[in-house]
Design a protein around this ligand. Structure first.
Ligand code: GDD
Length: 414
């Protein structure tokens, strides 16, 4: 790469009115900061961005309050030795409107390439390879795509690409009938030309809005008529009309890819990221054989400030956050234990997420069948839930600040 060819990365983090399917875990932490494999969700794409040559800056764009991201962003800038900024929208502008709103700041360093990433996707982010492909194609944008099952394709942007040139030929966002099993992964690289296209959509909309004010011409009542002129969606407003015009190309990943919309999926993605640590950050994975420290099975993350008794048995797929206390004889399998939790003697936690400051009593069990797609397939305890001694909680969701002194099965406890 030419040394003058700067790259910037933008991560769309949304805001408090988005991510509602992530409740109750999004009540007290913005979803993008929820820990997967012990690191905030956005940390994984950010680490991948750090590996792009000539990366000048990283921006997080959202409509959460500044203070929610301030601490994270400043410690991250120090750790990565790279400017990381949180840019707050005054209201949602849509996935393309958001970057357009901050175009002057994003273009400050005159970047040749702009990466745009959704915060709620989990993959190995092959950004360097994407950039190389993007340069070969010579288009305005390249989209990371992958194949999913035909039944699930309608939950995503479905697309058709030319098998030889990889050009994007057709794009439909969440189609009602089957279009293709090739889908948009929510990871893109663009040239600065993207801003011209967003501006065009915005201007067209403004023109139509003005026309509507002077005439009541029915034909103008399109599906977009109620959208504010500065609200622009990347998928419907940019990708769909530009497909087949030799401006957009696709790069297919054969590696893992998941979308993180529900708490259950966060447990699955935590497992995927822990497995990836074997290759990228083995120092983050715990080890132990039950002599000086606990017995560790498979991929496990334990925060250095957590206290785990040597007789506990932990793993696979366990992430333990800061200040957690795990007592003697505890068994943990496939779970996320959030900050300040206490797991008492001989308790068992399987296929569950235990919320901040909760406690699980002696000989208690918090468990589920582990079906990530089922609403109650993962047991979730919200913040400050107390499970008393010898209580069994199975396939249930418990909202914050509850005390359970009786066993529950397949319940949502409000
Ligand atoms: N800053 C900001 N402002 N971020 C936003 C806004 C906004 O107004 N609207 C959405 N986002 C962020 C979300 O937080 C998320 O990271 C990303 O943009 C996409 O969110 P949605 O627009 O809600 O789309 P989606 O997640 O249902 O689907 C998108 O991603 C899929 C892959 O996960 C689409 O691009 C699909 O085509 C794609 O398959």
């Amino acid at each position: 790469m030419e040394s003058s060819e700067k790259v910037v990365a933008v991560i769309m983090v949304g805001g408090p009115t988005k991510g509602t399917r992530f409740r109750p875990l999004s009540f007290n932490t913005p979803k993008p900061l929820f820990p997967l494999a012990g690191q905030p969700m956005v940390h994984h794409p950010i680490s991948a961005c750090k590996r792009i040559p000539n990366l000048a800056q990283i921006f997080l764009i959202g409509f959460y309050e500044e203070r929610e991201f301030a601490l994270y962003v400043s410690s991250l800038s120090n750790e990565l030795r790279l400017p990381v900024r949180y840019l707050k929208e005054d209201k949602p502008h849509g996935s393309a409107g958001g970057i357009y709103y901050f175009r002057d700041i994003i273009l400050e360093d005159s970047p040749s390439y702009i990466f745009l990433l959704n915060c709620d996707v989990c993959c190995n982010f092959p950004l360097r390879d994407m950039l190389e492909a993007h340069k070969r194609y010579g288009g305005m944008g390249t989209i990371l795509v992958n194949k999913v099952s035909a039944e699930s394709a309608n939950q995503f942007g479905a697309l058709v690409a030319d098998p030889v040139t990889n050009e994007l030929l057709h794009y439909t966002e969440k189609p009602e009938t089957f279009v293709s099993d090739l889908i948009n992964c929510g990871v893109y690289v663009f040239t600065s030309e993207i801003f011209d296209y967003i501006q065009d959509v915005s201007i067209q909309r403004e023109g139509r809005a003005n026309l509507r004010r002077v005439s009541s011409f029915e034909a103008l009542q399109s599906a977009t008529r109620n959208l504010p002129t500065d609200f622009v969606r990347l998928d419907q407003d940019i990708l769909t009309p530009l497909a087949g015009k030799k401006r957009l190309y696709t790069y297919e990943t054969m590696e893992f890819w998941e979308q993180i919309k529900t708490p259950g999926m966060s447990l699955k993605c935590s497992a995927l990221y822990l497995a990836q640590f074997q290759l990228t950050s083995p120092h983050l994975l715990a080890s132990g054989n039950g002599t000086k420290s606990a017995t560790i099975i498979g991929d496990v993350y334990i925060h250095p400030s957590a206290k785990v008794h040597p007789t506990a048995k932990i793993g696979p797929n366990v992430s333990i956050s800061g200040n957690v206390r795990v007592a003697a004889g505890v068994r943990l399998i496939s779970c996320i234990i959030l900050d300040d939790v206490e797991i008492m003697e001989n308790a068992v936690v399987i296929n569950s997420i235990i919320g901040w400051k909760s406690s699980v009593g002696k000989w208690s069990r918090v468990q589920a069948n582990g079906d990530y797609n089922d609403k109650l397939g993962i047991t979730i305890l919200g913040e400050a839930v107390i499970v008393e001694d010898e209580v069994v909680v199975t396939n249930s969701i418990v909202l914050p600040n509850k005390t359970l002194n009786l066993s529950v099965l397949e319940e949502i406890i409000l």
